[in-house]
Design a protein around this ligand. Structure first.
Ligand SMILES: Nc1nc2c(ncn2[C@@H]2O[C@H](COP(=O)(O)OP(=O)(O)O)[C@@H](O)[C@H]2O)c(=O)[nH]1
Ligand SMILES: [Mg+2]
Length: 506
């Protein structure tokens, strides 16, 4: 392809990838392309900008929590790969972005690889890190790992170094916040060995700050890990209750909580009964967690279509109306100023000529008028000079009015990231060759309006297709289980059905 823009290359790769993973979404890419084209024609976007990059296309699952709570072990057993270093903080105290690759062997790439990767969420992460860790090298914080585990298809996992009281460098915490923002699901790990330790308090405090007043608070799963350590004293209930109290005390009341342990890392159970109870609990909670992980892919599909509709609506209801107001107010300013100027010139002319006594009744005899009647070329020259002066003044006034109008209207744009776009579109609409008489913004026609309406209709159709896809009998369970537990506001839903009962001592 000749001279293809980077944005368009990314869309092409995205589409190709989605054809395998989710064909409905690959059609959506086509709609995003149309929206980009409209935005570019409006001057709202330049060549390299795309609406598709505003949302990550791969669901992001981040695993946060206390240092040594077993996050990396959890990931390894989830993926069935020995990918993450376990139990050693010094080696792995970076964020690992883990994504699928068909290559047989897992690979580790420097954080910089994220920048070059066209897959959008990674690009967004590296952007976020650039913002928070200004000047510092992205490699210091981030590595990219690829792994051929089927579990990773269509998802991206992030393993984090964990909250460590000593190592709470602000940039690590701020990257964590960004990752929370970008994530579709956040597993927060706690450690049953130290249910109320200092690092737990730090974790909680930080999480509260990051999560308070969130609308997406149900994306947090609180996981008490390593519960096998409570088997010896058989005091899981007490430990769990203490943990719940701590969560509640910090106001973390939304989101689901689970208790699990890692089969590979667990201490051997002495008592057979106890082992069975713990395994049953673990099985039930792991299934719920796994469901949520799978469900994230489903939610992602809806979110992307939501983004498509939101973008189409934004162009239709915000961008175009503001451009129309710009044109209207710019035109009015130009006409008023030029009208005023003209009136002033006419007034000046009459004042001077009357005052100079050049009027005889209703006829005007200017002293050098004869010069122009006798020499036609002088007359043409005069007309040309006057026209040029008028044209030049007109352009100056247009430019001045455009600047004034831009300065006024740009204040109404609430999203700061869009201001540059609006500026560009305003400029495009006030270029010198644009007539003042066009009421519609450049690039906005009845046809473009119809395309936007069609995209909104397409959005509805996609939603229906997704509904058909995900609410079929086999998918119904997954959808329901993901919603289970977020309805009761204000309390942590705990599934006690599979709770390992203590043997009743009678
Ligand atoms: N007893 C027990 N130990 C675990 C469990 N999960 C992880 N570990 C151990 O805890 C240590 C820290 O695990 P790691 O996965 O590196 O924790 P991270 O710092 O959160 O990534 C390792 O020695 C693991 O073997 C568990 O469920 N039970
Ligand atoms: Mg780790």
């Amino acid at each position: 392809m000749f001279n293809e823009s980077k944005a368009s290359q990314q869309l092409r790769k995205l589409e190709k990838h989605l054809q395998q993973e989710n064909p409905i979404l690959s059609e959506v890419v086509q709609n995003f392309r149309e929206l980009d084209r409209i935005s570019r024609r409006l001057g709202f976007f330049e060549r390299e900008q795309s609406h598709a990059t505003a949302t990550p296309w791969w669901p992001l699952i981040s695993i946060l929590g206390i240092y040594s709570a077993g996050k990396s072990s959890f990931i390894n057993s989830l993926l069935q790969y020995d990918l993450q270093a376990v139990g050693i903080q010094a080696v792995d105290d970076k964020f690992s972005v883990i994504c699928f690759s068909r290559e047989k062997k897992p690979r580790v790439l420097p954080g910089l690889a994220l920048d070059a990767d066209p897959r959008f969420p990674l690009y967004r992460i590296s952007q976020a890190i650039d913002e928070v860790a200004e000047g510092e090298h992205i490699d210091a914080y981030l590595q990219l790992k690829t792994c051929p585990s089927e579990k990773l298809r269509g998802k991206i996992l992030i393993d984090s170094p964990g909250f460590d009281a000593d190592a709470q460098r602000t940039s690590t915490l701020r990257i964590t916040d960004h990752i929370i923002d970008l994530s579709d699901l956040v597993l927060v790990f706690f450690d049953a060995r130290h249910p109320e330790s200092g690092s737990m308090r730090d974790t909680l405090e930080h999480l509260v700050k990051a999560t308070i007043n969130r609308r997406d608070s149900n994306k947090f799963l609180y996981i008490l890990n390593q519960i096998d350590v409570t088997a010896k004293e058989d005091n899981l209930e007490e430990v769990f209750a203490a943990w719940q109290r701590a969560l509640a005390q910090y106001g973390l009341t939304a989101g689901c909580s689970y208790a699990i342990y890692n089969l590979d890392a667990a201490v051997p159970f002495e008592d057979q009964d106890v082992r069975e109870r713990f395994e049953a609990k673990r099985r039930a909670d792991m299934e719920a967690i796994n469901n949520r992980i799978e469900q994230v892919g489903v939610e992602r599909a809806y979110r992307i279509i939501g983004m498509l509709e939101q973008t189409a609506r934004m162009l239709k209801n915000e961008v175009v109306p503001l451009l129309q107001r710009f044109i209207e107010s710019w035109r009015r300013k130009v006409l008023w100023v030029e009208g005023g100027l003209l009136a002033a010139l006419v007034a000046l002319f009459f004042t001077l000529t009357i005052w100079g006594g050049y009027w005889q009744g209703l006829s005007l005899n200017l002293p050098f008028a004869q010069l122009f009647t006798h020499h036609p070329y002088l007359r043409y020259a005069l007309i040309a000079v006057l026209l040029m002066a008028a044209g030049w003044t007109h352009l100056r006034i247009r430019r001045w009015a455009a600047r004034k109008t831009t300065a006024k209207l740009i204040k109404e744009v609430r999203n700061e990231n869009h201001r540059e776009n609006y500026n560009r579109a305003f400029r495009r609409n006030s270029r010198w060759w644009r007539s003042l008489l066009f009421p519609q913004p450049a690039g906005w026609t009845g046809r473009t309006a119809a395309i936007l309406d069609r995209i909104l209709d397409d959005g509805n159709a996609y939603i229906q297709k997704l509904n058909d896809l995900y609410t079929n009998p086999s998918g119904a369970d997954a959808v329901e289980s993901s919603n289970a537990g977020h309805d009761a506001a204000g309390s942590i839903p705990v599934d006690t059905a599979n709770w390992p009962d203590k043997p009743q001592s009678t």
